[in-house]
Design a protein around this ligand. Structure first.
Ligand SMILES: Cc1cc2nc3c(=O)[nH]c(=O)nc-3n(C[C@H](O)[C@H](O)[C@H](O)COP(=O)(O)OP(=O)(O)OC[C@H]3O[C@@H](n4cnc5c(N)ncnc54)[C@H](O)[C@@H]3O)c2cc1C
Ligand code: FES
Length: 249
């Protein structure tokens, strides 16, 4: 993990209340798909955890939905060339066993952003099927990135693609598709639905959790969650990616 002073290169709205922020580093840093960064925000002592969506050499792009004061400030207050404090790279990220050929990614809400990093990493070497859920057609963003994979879009209101959520769209196809591994990220009810639906199937599922965080580096215990075996895990340090059967949602 490095503490960096990055330079803002772009900060644009890509869907209603969703921003794409690209910053430049002084050097290229190896970042695995699913890893995240902690980004400093003007006026707040705690940095905000945001998944890395895209890396291109020394350029790193994160995408975020405005949720509260921190993300609102991040969206509005950073201008081109401004310096921004960043801790990077954090967490374990996704890993796919060498023998896996067919990967399904299942994402909803802001969970699509870390999955785009997985799509970008694995489409050259694996068959990737992406089931991506949005509230409505107007919320769909980064479609050109998702289309690197075989893309199945879902919307809650049926205005584009499958009418329903990403898990429902995926479960309709799973038995025909027979993926070797599933990577997922999204709101907790979505991950719970995926866990219940996949029970009894012999397909490994790994989920990236977006737990409330303080430090992002394993020191404050704000992000702990319960494991099925009764022990506790720090999402920032032990995750954010876990076997879906390891965590008690
Ligand atoms: C590993 C990880 C990756 C994430 N990746 C993305 C992403 O790619 N895009 C995106 O839009 N959002 C992502 N999130 C969620 C994002 O961190 C929160 O939406 C954001 O921190 C909210 O901050 P706020 O000040 O706007 O909201 P507030 O609710 O005002 O935040 C108050 C405090 O709670 C923390 N907090 C609140 N909600 C969350 C949350 N869901 N997760 C973690 N901390 C939270 C904030 O960091 C802050 O310290 C990710 C979270 C984690 C843990
Ligand atoms: S956020 Fe501090 S230990 Fe995880």
């Amino acid at each position: 993990m490095r503490e960096l002073n990055a330079t803002v290169l772009e900060n644009i709205e890509i869907a209603p209340m969703v921003y794409s922020l690209t910053f430049g580093l002084d050097e290229e840093i190896a970042i695995r798909p699913g890893q995240f960064c902690m980004i400093g925000v003007h006026g707040y002592s705690l940095k905000r955890p945001i998944a890395v969506c895209k890396t291109e050499g020394e350029r790193v792009t994160v995408c975020f939905r405005v949720k509260g004061g921190g993300t609102r400030a991040l969206a509005g207050n950073y201008r081109l060339k401004e310096k921004i404090p960043v801790l990077l790279p954090l967490g374990n990220g996704f890993s796919v066993p060498e023998e896996a050929r067919r990967i399904a990614v299942v994402g909803g809400g802001v969970g699509i952003f870390p999955l785009i990093s997985a799509i970008r990493a694995y489409t050259g070497t694996h068959e990737v099927y992406a089931y991506m859920g949005f509230r409505s057609k107007a919320d769909i963003c980064l479609e050109y990135e998702m289309r690197r994979a075989e893309l199945i879009l879902a919307t809650d209101d049926g205005s584009a693609g499958f009418h329903g959520n990403a898990v429902q769209a995926f479960m309709k196809d799973v038995d025909g598709l027979q993926p070797d591994i599933v990577l997922s990220c999204g709101p907790l009810p979505m991950l719970r639905a995926l866990k219940n639906s996949m029970r009894g199937r012999d397909i490994p599922v790994f989920v990236s959790l977006e737990e409330r965080m303080g430090c992002g580096i394993g020191a404050c215990l704000v992000c702990v969650c319960d494991r099925e075996d009764g022990s506790r895990a720090r999402v920032c340090r032990d995750g954010p990616v876990f076997d879906i059967n390891e965590i008690n949602f």
